[in-house]
Write a protein that binds this ligand. Structure first.
Ligand SMILES: Cc1cc2nc3c(=O)[nH]c(=O)nc-3n(C[C@H](O)[C@H](O)[C@H](O)COP(=O)(O)OP(=O)(O)OC[C@H]3O[C@@H](n4cnc5c(N)ncnc54)[C@H](O)[C@@H]3O)c2cc1C
Length: 559
């Protein structure tokens, strides 16, 4: 690109890259944005996301009667993160955590509103935690859903960046795969001065999210005073996930993994940056989910969808034993993962009723929520309030390979045994546990902790209104047909990554900033190389890309 001399090169046109570029364009800088995919993929993973955003003490929360504060959110964040490498790998992540919770309390909502982003008035309660006030989990609902889901989050940053392209400040290089960071000695120090890579065969017509070819048709080299790596995590690279899997903490890496992210989330830039001298921290921390189902209509290879469950389904391991409290649906992702993998199997089961699926199953992904993604109030009200499950959920129930529907428990268990990858289940073993739970419903109080948690949840207005089915017995037919879902481990977010300071400058092994190199978004562990520590509160990943991309853009704008 001889006719364009960039001030900054951004590697990756996902959300973090777009936010960085937006801030740089505002400051009048010239930016070259390189991405290995085609233009249809602008926005990367964020396009597919649900657009869930973590805000603290928002007007939406206050209107729902929720009392939230910076102090409570920080308590929850630190209790979840469990930073235990403070003198080393958590040094920057811990600082990023404080700064990020402050951003989510004071600035994030206004920053996004000014760009035109709006959220739904009802706030969701994700990751309800491990059962103690200062431990993991959200004490209050904080999951704000973007009106328009992921595509809207992308739009509000893509539009000003595309305007920058029209004004000649931004140049895109699609199908430019970066293979190397260029370094040079300047004043006795190694500086990053550009990138080198492969030109991939053009594929302009390929639809968003579909795996593209890696056929190389040429090469390129580009130079600038600074390079910002915004290349995403490792979620589609199952080999890297298994190599980094924390076996001692979570048990053996799952044999059967399905992919919650597109194929371009390949993690290559991590190794490329490390070879140039960047430091990677917290490789062993990742945010995979236990509620994965095979997409019956896949876009990318092994395409998995996550069920975001309400709290009422009964959760059984592969042996048919009910998971121990507080491993209830939607409470503690990593705690649940540990318990499931301890069986030696990499899947588990939800057992529920038609009444529960109608109220409590949400599917993560913009394409699975066409009403909210399409910003259609009439369609949304019809889909969410009418009888029956929302259409995408119903389609999974009918066509998904992980679903079994039956009129009685014997038939349900027979269906489960047809798709079990491990032990055959005994219907009587499940019946005894479900009957015991059902008996606890004869009184308004109970010693079953899951039923207690459901009663608690229904005291939250959001939950009562749209998220938690009225408690009912499973085996007396009052909840309609019985449903079982085989739940698989689904890859998604990378919690560790390139270590960065609060300006998103990448650090070297000796703890000093690497001149010329910046990183933001998932490749930087959403800030600092691991702003979440071991556990996330949800809705914090898009926000982490926004906060760290903004930090990189603002720091470079000051140069
Ligand atoms: C289905 C789904 C639902 C989600 N829901 C939510 C939610 O509700 N709330 C939330 O907070 N988060 C959610 N997330 C997570 C969030 O969307 C991602 O963590 C975030 O979008 C990552 O953005 P990024 O810019 O860091 O990386 P990416 O979006 O992965 O973008 C990186 C870009 O870099 C390019 N690239 C990589 N390597 C190279 C290279 N060597 N050369 C050139 N280009 C390269 C890639 O092609 C890609 O375009 C969800 C994710 C998914 C997939």
């Amino acid at each position: 690109m001889t006719d364009f001399t960039p001030d900054v090169i951004v590697v990756g046109a996902g959300l973090a890259g777009l936010v960085t570029t937006h801030e740089l364009v505002k400051a009048g800088k010239r930016v070259l944005v390189l991405d290995q995919e085609n233009r249809n993929n602008l926005g990367g993973q964020a396009f597919w996301s649900l657009g869930g955003l973590f805000f603290v003490d928002s007007p939406e929360q206050r209107r729902m009667g929720i009392k939230d504060s910076y102090e409570l959110a920080l308590q929850d964040w630190l209790g979840s993160a469990g930073f235990d490498r403070l003198d080393d790998e958590d040094r920057w992540g811990r600082r990023w955590a404080e700064a990020y919770v402050r951003f989510a309390t004071d600035t994030k909502r206004d920053y996004l509103r000014e760009l035109g982003l709006r959220v739904l008035p009802i706030v969701g309660w994700a990751e309800r935690g491990s059962g103690s006030a200062d431990g993991h989990g959200n004490s209050v609902p904080r999951f704000h859903l973007t009106w328009g889901t992921g595509p809207e989050v992308v739009r509000v940053f893509a539009e000003p960046v595309l305007e920058g392209e029209r004004r000649g400040l931004v140049r895109f290089g699609f199908r430019h795969q970066v293979d190397e960071l260029l370094t040079e000695e300047v004043g006795g120090e190694t500086h990053v001065v550009g990138v080198r890579g492969s030109l991939l065969a053009p594929d302009d017509a390929l639809e968003r999210g579909v795996r593209s070819s890696r056929e190389v048709v040429g090469d390129f080299e580009e130079r600038s005073a600074a390079v910002v790596v915004t290349s995403g995590g490792i979620g589609h690279n199952h080999d890297l996930i298994r190599a980094n899997w924390p076996t001692e903490r979570l048990g053996p890496a799952p044999e059967h993994l399905i992919s919650g992210v597109p194929a371009h989330v390949d993690g290559r830039m991590l190794g490329i940056s490390e070879s140039a001298g960047a430091r990677i921290v917290n490789r062993d921390r990742m945010w995979a989910y236990t509620e994965g189902i095979h997409n019956w209509d896949p876009i990318w290879p092994d395409h998995a969808i996550r069920i975001i469950p309400g709290p009422s389904s009964l959760w059984f391991d592969a042996n048919g034993d009910r998971l121990a409290p507080p491993n209830f649906p939607g409470f503690d992702s990593i705690g649940t993962m540990k318990e499931i993998l301890a069986t030696g199997h990499d899947y588990s089961w939800f057992v529920l009723t038609q009444r529960i699926i109608e109220k409590e199953f949400a599917l993560s992904g913009s394409e699975q929520n066409p009403d909210i993604t399409g910003k259609d109030i009439a369609v949304m009200l019809k889909a969410r309030l009418a009888k029956g499950a929302p259409e995408p959920v119903e389609l999974f129930k009918q066509r998904g390979e992980d679903f079994v529907v039956a009129d009685n428990l014997d038939d349900l268990v027979a269906g489960m045994n047809k798709i079990a990858r491990g032990p055959q289940l005994a219907a009587d073993h499940l019946r005894r546990q479900i009957e015991a739970r059902d008996r606890e419903l004869d009184n308004a109080f109970s010693k079953d902790l899951q039923l207690m948690a459901i009663a608690n949840a229904r005291r939250s207005r959001t939950d009562k209104l749209i998220r938690v089915a009225p408690p009912h017995k499973f085996l007396d037919g009052s909840g309609g047909q019985l449903i079982a879902v085989r739940l698989n481990i689904l890859t998604r977010k990378t919690l560790g990554g390139l270590e960065t300071n609060l300006d998103s400058q990448v650090m070297r092994a000796d703890g000093t900033p690497f001149p010329g190199l910046y990183a933001a978004g998932e490749v930087a562990g959403f800030g600092g190389g691991g702003v979440h520590g071991y556990n996330a509160l949800e809705g914090t990943f898009l926000g982490g890309c926004i906060f760290s991309g903004r930090a990189a853009g603002l720091a470079l704008a000051r140069r």
